[in-house]
Design a protein around this ligand. Sequence first.
Ligand code: FAD
Ligand code: SF4
Length: 397
Amino acid sequence: MTSLAPHKKARALKPNSRRPAKELCSECGLCDTYYVHYVKEACAFLNQQIAELEEEAHGRSRDLDNADDIYFGVHRSMMAAKKKQPIEGAQWTGIVSSIACEMLTRGMVEGVVCVSNSSEDRFQPRPILARTTEEILSARVNKPTLSPNLSVLEEIEKSGMKRLLVIGVGCQIQALRSVEKQLGLEKLYVLGTPCVDNVTREGLDKFLKTTSKSPDTVVHYEFMQDFRVHFKHEDGSIELVPFFGLKTNQLKDVFAPSCMTCFDYVNSLADLVVGYMGAPFGWQWIVVRNETGEEMLEVVREQLHTQPVMSSGDRKQAVQNSIPAYDKGVTLPMWAAKMMGVVIEKIGPKGLEYARFSIDSHFTRNYLYLKRNYPEKLNAQVPDYAKKIVDQYKLPE
Ligand code: FAD
Ligand code: SF4
């Protein structure tokens, strides 16, 4: 009897060998597996195909006449939420880990792709195919570094699993959706987080050293809705650094080139997205994209406080002002940055308007970066919804 392989295979690329996307590679992990065969079509940086994959995953692509679709992607509903009993040590309140644990415990899936860390280095990502809730919980909290989550894809086929949950960021999920049909699964659930400004492990060191007073004790950090970076240290103390005080001139080359050319901040292709930026301070932000996403959220409903999303303020002028300031690498003295932070927190954009502020700032920055460094990629790499967003602003040459 001959058994036909369900998909084509190629030899995985060697670790540290140059990837097809070259310096734009986000190390999503696909090329570490035999699914590298599909890289030309699947790689988010070689073949941006968000609209086509939205059709397949959600039944339609973004409606470009609908402002919320343009910004937040195809969705059925959005809300602010937090866990009634937060998970200790999670990035926020642990909604992501809770959904994964519930789905596994209820038998909806047999395994969960998530990213733990190495035993020596809390920020060194170690993708795993978790089969127990302990393993899922070991992956809680962001590893703010490029992470090859898809490197475990071969393991899935070998394990014989048929029902799977994958947790990941936009570039990983784009490649995953592209090879989804080759995985031989009965059901794939995709739980995404928004993602922006990711760094290599070395880049993270530079960011922490340039920005925090005690880089070695940082346990996690987040760019928060109050316009400050919150660093949490080992002793539980929180260090606050205003965005406007960041040493942008020294940090310009810290972010990975992949992240400087990415326009999928909101993880367009996940079934369910859990972030924070569209919610009031202290709350998480949930975007349900399709029926599968609804099913996933349902398993933790009882564990959540929820409230409707809100939006206030006007981001436009702040974004327009920030474009030349970032471009010239302007850094305010700390006293001025703190004052500006206090003012903007009082009168600045909140809720969904804060999310729009963050999306606009990053898309305009990335558009300029792409135009200056990879002009030949500009048309193909910038999706139509992102062009609409960028067109609202006046950009320097
Ligand atoms: P937890 O229960 O703590 O679980 C975190 C999950 O994230 C784990 O399952 C783990 O597998 C996964 N994970 C950790 N690191 C990575 C990684 N490098 N790649 C892929 N998966 C990973 N939200 C916003 O609203 N705006 C942002 O700008 C934003 N930027 C982000 C940047 C990065 C690099 C990451 C990883 C996330 C970002 N998020 C952002 C999402 C947000 O920080 C939280 O991860 C999300 O709200 C879930 O919190 P939680 O407490 O429910 O997660
Ligand atoms: Fe391969 Fe992923 Fe890098 Fe693209 S981003 S070259 S698919 S590892």
